[in-house]
Write a protein that binds this ligand. Structure first.
Ligand code: PGA
Length: 251
């Protein structure tokens, strides 16, 4: 059985005070909804407030990025060890916005994934095709390539600390959601790539999320698909009622 993981990705939103208020409001709403893991990936500056507010609840806290070195002259970066020390359990790696705006490559995504997992974090590794790549017919090839590249050097045992999020770039923040069948197909390519490297049985145990305009209205249908084991949610994770509805759909 694979664990369903519903994770919010707040991106560059919320102050520490807003974080505290949000989690205090959300916690009673999702109390007892334990058939999935509930994660909020928040800006680094909000991590202490989030960890504090989530204490004693079923909400876990994640970060949105991690550097691959343990320490050193990397101005502006944060190490996996620092995140763990702050109480973080999950971290988003290789989000398309980081690939698009911050020069993230398949190599750096791999290094960040390794650093996260080696430090004991669960990495939510994002893969996804652009509209142009989809229209050219490269979706399967690209998803398999990105998945294998990101997981290079990750052992079979370490896969338990890996969640892969299939996020078609054309569906992120656009209000255009992949159809449930497109999501299932994309997630299926990710799982097939994992099977090609680690074997089918192992691939069946890995949580593969869908992300891209998932909301309270479409979550139930997306999550009903066999290959969709949760969601990585941007916009709809910034409203407690919408996020709760998605968690409820997963339960
Ligand atoms: P969205 O973002 O739900 O706002 O489309 C998803 C993501 O980028 O993880």
């Amino acid at each position: 059985m694979r664990r369903t993981v519903i994770a919010g990705n707040w991106k560059m939103n919320m102050t520490p005070a807003e974080t505290k208020a949000f989690i205090e409001e959300l916690a009673p709403m999702v109390k007892g909804m334990d058939k999935c893991d509930i994660v909020l990936c928040v800006p680094a500056i909000d991590v202490p407030a989030a960890v504090e507010a989530a204490k004693g609840t079923n909400i876990k806290i994640g970060a949105e990025n991690v550097h691959f070195k343990e320490s050193g002259a990397y101005t502006g970066e944060i190490s996996a060890k620092m995140l763990v020390a702050a109480g973080v359990e999950y971290v988003v790696v290789g989000h398309s916005e980081r690939r698009q705006y911050f020069g993230e490559t398949d190599q750096t995504v791999n290094l960040r994934t390794l650093a996260a997992v080696n430090a004991g974090l669960t990495a939510i590794v994002c893969v996804g095709e652009t509209l142009e790549q989809r229209e050219l017919g490269y979706t399967e090839t690209l998803l398999k390539y990105q998945t294998k590249m990101a997981l290079t050097g990750i052992s079979k045992e370490q896969l338990k600390n890996i969640v892969v999020a299939y996020e078609p770039v054309w569906a992120i923040g656009t209000g255009v959601t992949a159809t449930a069948d497109q999501a299932d197909e994309g997630n299926g390519y990710v799982r097939a790539a994992i099977a090609e490297v680690y074997g089918k049985d192992v691939a069946e145990t890995v949580t593969v999320q869908y992300g891209g305009s998932m909301n309270d209205g479409n979550a139930a249908e997306l999550l009903s698909k066999v290959n969709v084991d949760g969601g990585l949610i941007g916009g709809a994770s910034l409203k407690t009622d919408k996020f709760t509805a998605i968690v409820k759909a997963a339960n």
